[in-house]
Structure formats: C-alpha cells, structure tokens
Design a protein around this ligand. Sequence first.
Ligand code: N1C
Length: 253
Amino acid sequence: LIVIVIALALGLSLSHRNEGFKATFIARCEGFHGKSKGYDCQKIWSAFEQAYVGQDPCKVPVEAYDPLIAAAPFEPACNRMMFWSKTQDFVHDFTEKKDCFVTLEDTLLGFTLDGLTWCGKEGSSETFTTGCPGWSQCEKNPVRSFWIRASDGFAASACGDVTAMLNGSIDTPFSPTSIFGSIEVKRFNSTTVKTLTVVLVTQESPTTNCTNASLKDLQKELDQGIKYTCKDVPESKINECSSRPDVPCGACW
Ligand code: N1C
C-alpha cells in the first residue's frame, strides 16, 4: 500500500509539474501586452512543444524551433533594439524604468520563456522541468537551442540604430562564444542596420574601456557598412538617468 501511495504521489507531482509549465507558458503568453494582439497562445504552445517533446534532451537542434519562430515572428523595432552580453540584470533594470529600448525579453517569446527550464524525454510526451541538461552540459539542449534560435531571429529583425550594453568590469567584454558574439553580431545586416553603438558599462574605477582588444574582434565580425561607435559610460550615470523621467533616453550616454 505504501508503495502505491508513494507511486501515486510521485506520479501526481510529476504530472502537476508538467501541467504547471504549460500553465505558466500560456499565462505569460496571454499576459503579454505586445503591439499586435490576437496571438493564439495554444497554437504557439504546440509549435514550441514539438521542438523537444519525445526527444533526447541533448539532441535538440536549433532548427527545431523554426516552426515556433514562424508562429510568433519578431516585429522590427527600428532604432529601439537593445542587445547585451554579461549585463542581463543591469540592462533589464534599465529597460524596465525607461521605456526606450526593446530587448528580446520584451518580445512575446522572450517574455514567455525568460528564466524557464524545460526538456523532453525519449518515449514520453511530457515536458519536464527538472533533470534537464545544464547550459553547457551538452550543446544541443532545448533551452540553449531556443535562445540561439530566438536571438538569431531577433537580430535578423534589427534595423536602424542598434544598441548593445556590454560589461566593462570584465577582461573580455566581447566574448566570441557568447550568444551576442557568436550569433547576433553576425546576423546584423548592413542593408537594414545603420549603426551599432556599444555602451560599455563601467564601474567607478574602470577595468576596461573602449580600446579593449576584444572590441576589435567585434568590429571585425560586423557586416561592412554598419557604422560602429563605442562609449564607456559609468554605471552611476545610467542609473541616474533611468531614475529621472525628465531625461530623454538619448541623453543617457
Ligand atoms: O550569451 P549572451 O549573454 O551574450 O546572450 C545575450 C544576448 C542578448 O543580446 C539577447 O538578445 O542573446 C540574447 N539572449 C537573451 O535574450 C536571453 N535571455 C535570457 C541570450 N540569452 C538569454 N538568457 C539567458 O542568459 C540564457 O539562458 C543564457 O544562459 C544567458 C546568456 O547570458 P550572457 O552570457 O550574459
């Protein structure tokens, strides 16, 4: 009897967890107040799920999310797009307070899946949220492949003047193995993207500035014709700007 009770409890908690993930997905999707309304969140869920359900969680290719991107395409937000690397919390704190930039997390898919973990299992039709491979544990894991595919699509939709916030407190602000370095920068197309402004966020006593060698590598990766500028800006200046509604975004750096 004890065994049956334990098995039942386990089964229940597992199916709950699975339903919990889908419920979170749908709730976030429906709660997203993006520009275009009328998303079919059930349809988007199905397109999402088919990417990894029933698959070995180390064998989910980036392309598995193509149908998802097709179901919820990125809308270009010219002159307002914000990219980042190793500055996640700082950037989102800033974009929350000042409504001038759009990050991937401000799009339906980025908003819906931010901070979540998911994977499938061979021979199962469920979504699991525990026991999934870590980011670097195997290359083709469902979470990593999603962020690569989404970042690729988001960068492909970039247009006009594009901004990227990089971390001026580390030795290599531009890492060629990061998603920003390996996917997004390569995707910027000079027919639509006019300029890239790197905002190098520094501490009071900066460890790095715009002459950093890694930023030369960034320029080399950029499509010819995209004008590059870099500004080192103290964190305090950006914080001050975001706390003052009267200061226009263009004056933050
Ligand atoms: O590898 P990164 O940063 O350079 O990726 C950041 C870059 C941004 O410009 C975004 O457009 O790629 C996009 N992106 C996300 O929007 C995102 N949200 C959450 C990439 N990764 C994202 N995450 C998670 O952050 C993801 O699970 C991964 O683990 C980190 C990548 O952070 P990073 O190395 O600082």
